[in-house]
Design a protein around this ligand. Sequence first.
Ligand SMILES: *Cc1c(COP(=O)(O)O)cnc(C)c1O
Length: 425
Amino acid sequence: MQFENTEAFARKRDTEDPLRKFRERFHVPLHNNREAIYFTGNSLGLQPKAVREYVNLELDDWAKLGVEGHFHAKNPWLSYHEIFPSKLSRIVGCLPHEVVVMNQLTVNLHLLMVSFYRPDKKRFKIICESRAFPSDQYAFESQVRYHGFDPGEAIIEVSPRAGEHTLRTEDVVATIQHHAESVALVLFGGVNYYTGQLYDIKAITNAAQATGAYAGFDLAHAAGNVSLSLHDWNVDFACWCSYKYLNSGPGGVAGAFIHEKHVANADLPRFAGWWGFKKETRFKMEKGFEPIPTAEGWQLSNAPVLSMAAHNASLDIFEDAGIDSLVEKSKQLSGFLHFVLQEINGRQHREVIEVITPESARERGCQVSMLMLERGPEIFAELSDRGVIADWREPNVIRVAPVPLYNTFEEVWRFGNIISSILER
Ligand SMILES: *Cc1c(COP(=O)(O)O)cnc(C)c1O
């Protein structure tokens, strides 16, 4: 696709966009009575208008039925979570019995580490990316300590090379091989929250498993954003939140994937709760935990239905749009943004904005991270004043995520146009 940094081009692309109608299904925040340019769907996705109806249905059933709603609600609460596996399996690329919706992200990360990080004297290391999201770093550190090891020795971070911002797969693989005898778990993000880099999940998984280690992924910035094939890539486990690209509301219920080869393994240690117990005999309430032989066997508690109703409203939009079409548009939108930013640099005859997200569409999702080499805080402040909702990360990075469900080519053009007008003043 040939891009042009003009309003006419952007508008034409929007008219031709087969997904253009989906924007109407979201509430877009206003800025001075005009729709803001909302580029923070990587942080909190917009509210689908249908959420209210989905949540109200559960509120009404609760009001009318009380406890009977567990059996007689329109979507019985006892099995509410069973709505999700078929919908989510299409988004993360797995079999329905490999996926479950439960808890929140960091909780699921811990629960999965209980099963898949079982260090011994010989194998105790966790290999991860440098600058992993802080919550993940704290989870790794506390798990390592919990098992009596020293995080300084046990946590091996792979860093970009000097002068580079993103990781090379060959360096990740080499690090795994270097620690082949002592690594217990390789645990990476899918898309790094800071650089927007999409890692080669399959290559990392293969390298980890070749050493005898497990491979797990935190897909907070990948689920609903990039194309995933967790089952085929043979990933051991993964988890994600639902409030970023999956638009399911602040602190919304999260997801977890456990590969088919592990789901029925009752010998895997786990922290158990009654909702993970075999359904046929759960309510006999007897001693002796017997897990459901699917990802559901990792559940602890009964379904948080109000939060799940919001999740369901959003996933139905993904069902209608189709993840493949979304990913295709996302590549175009972000590709256009890369192009516009390069054009701005070109017009200034120097690099004002260094895009640290990989340019290749295979190595990124929606997000574009811009290292501001000049006037960063001033540009960010003016973008905010002019109705762009973006994200600032110290020391000098603006992160923006044009999301295919609700952002437009025209918004990308306007964003670039605001930056140009500041630089040309
Ligand atoms: C957003 C995000 C989190 C947030 O964790 P919660 O448990 O949902 O608060 C954790 N890890 C990563 C990689 C994230 O991007």
